[in-house]
Write a protein that binds this ligand. Structure first.
Ligand SMILES: [Zn+2]
Length: 427
């Protein structure tokens, strides 16, 4: 019965369902490497891996990509970090509600600015990943290598943070420990010292976020991709190695920690010393690493998510389906791995379980068939073939798929004499 086989083959993509349900961590260390453009890093790791041993090590440990994205409109530090904190685009995306974006598009914040008061007025309070972690009782820490990130620390402090309405009241200050100041050159080891000291202890902060400014600072002074810049990245590599080491050696953290490493933006796109133009591939292309228990080592991070697809060389806006993986995805990803809900109002929501998508099929009395699968699996394409074989010619179906109540639905006819096979394939 050929038709039955055709539907069994729909399940052929179920490879790692265990990951979806079992991945949970107790600790998160989220690292933002300012200005670390992936176009350069990818080249370094291909051509001079011995000079970047800890990035190589992280690639081997983690699921990663050298093709993630910053915000669509803006490739600057403070707006992108606000996006990472809130899970919201910087500006209102075309055809989307005026309550979607955070609206803080000032890379040089005023001395009393908050994302709430100076950002999108239609969202009086913009929650962050620190809100969720803190309100659910987890200790939190922020280490920043730029004083300008004080705007974010201030937005979630004892004055400006929202009341904690989740179980016990842990106060309005969402960030238990904050070290925010300008740190550059060899001093970045001092910034990382603070993180390492805490991560070496018996009671590390449950959610640590560290921003390292150096790739950006050297990019502005010496040019992205210059010899000085690659040396700055080697300096960062050394610091990254210390972070990997402490997660490995502290038994409290080992096998209980997610390390997420990405960047706010790249650089050197139009001019060698800047990154203002969000339309340039060197500015919008950033790396993304996820190292966590049960995450397949040395793998493509795009394979983990049902609604994230590798964008190739494209710069995709917030209406594109599927979305590329963005720097801000790290925050809701981290919360999910901690077993916590996503940031309220956020829209950067990567869905884990990328290979675990099931298509259902029903046959009506008139002989017509209907197939349906979750609309969250937006990174999958429906394909058809006259034969069921790896070597068969599979053609993508682009017409006739409708989104009906959270499900993609496709109707078709089939007959025993002219049977076709159908499958979902991850883009
Ligand atoms: Zn910069």
């Amino acid at each position: 019965m050929k038709l039955i086989h055709s539907f069994l083959c729909l399940l052929a993509l179920l490879i790692s369902p265990a990951f979806l349900h079992a991945a949970q961590v107790q600790y998160v260390v989220q690292v933002s490497l300012d200005g670390l453009g992936a176009k350069y890093l990818e080249n370094y790791l291909s051509n001079a891996p011995a000079q970047f041993p800890n990035f190589v090590r992280l690639v081997q440990l983690s699921a990663s990509t050298m093709n993630a994205r910053c915000d669509f409109d803006i490739s600057e530090t403070i707006p992108n970090h606000t996006t990472i904190f809130t899970g919201r685009p910087v500006l209102q995306p075309t055809n989307q509600a005026n309550t979607v974006h955070h609206g803080y598009n000032n890379n040089f914040p005023g001395a009393t600015d908050t994302v709430h008061a100076q950002g999108n007025p239609y969202v009086p309070y913009k929650s962050s990943f620190f809100d969720i972690a803190h309100d659910y009782g987890l200790s939190t820490a922020l280490y920043s290598g730029k004083a300008r990130l004080l705007m974010l620390d201030r937005s979630y402090d004892a004055v400006n943070g929202a009341a904690d309405l989740v179980d016990a009241d842990n106060g309005k200050d969402k960030i238990d420990y904050a070290s925010v100041g300008d740190v550059s050159g060899t001093s970045i080891s001092n910034e990382v010292n603070s993180l390492i000291a805490n991560l070496s202890s018996a009671t590390p902060y449950r959610y640590s976020f560290i921003h390292i400014a150096e790739p950006d600072i050297t990019g502005h002074s010496a040019g992205w991709g210059s010899a000085n810049w690659s040396n700055a990245v080697r300096n960062v590599d050394t610091q990254l190695g210390r972070i990997i080491d402490v997660i490995t050696t502290n038994s409290v953290l080992s096998n209980a920690t997610a390390l997420i490493v990405s960047a706010d933006h790249g650089g050197g796109g139009v001019t060698a010393n800047a990154h203002t133009e969000a339309y340039h591939i060197k500015n919008y292309t950033i790396p993304f690493f996820l190292w966590a228990p049960k995450v397949p080592a040395n793998s493509d991070v795009y394979a983990l998510f049902a609604n994230r697809g590798n964008p190739g060389t494209n710069r995709l806006d917030y209406n594109a389906v599927p979305q590329p993986l963005r720097n801000a995805d790290g925050s809701n990803l981290a919360l999910g791995l901690l077993g916590l809900p996503p940031i309220p109002g956020s829209s950067t929501l990567p869905i884990l379980g990328g290979t675990n998508v099931q298509m259902n099929v029903a046959r009506a009395l008139d002989g017509a068939y209907t197939a349906w699968w979750p609309a969250t699996a937006s990174a999958f394409v429906l394909e058809t073939s006259p034969a069921f074989a790896a070597s068969a010619e599979w053609a993508e179906i682009t017409n006739g798929i409708i989104n009906n109540g959270g499900m993609f639905v496709y109707s078709f006819t089939n007959s025993p004499t002219d049977a076709k096979f159908y499958r979902l394939r991850k883009r």
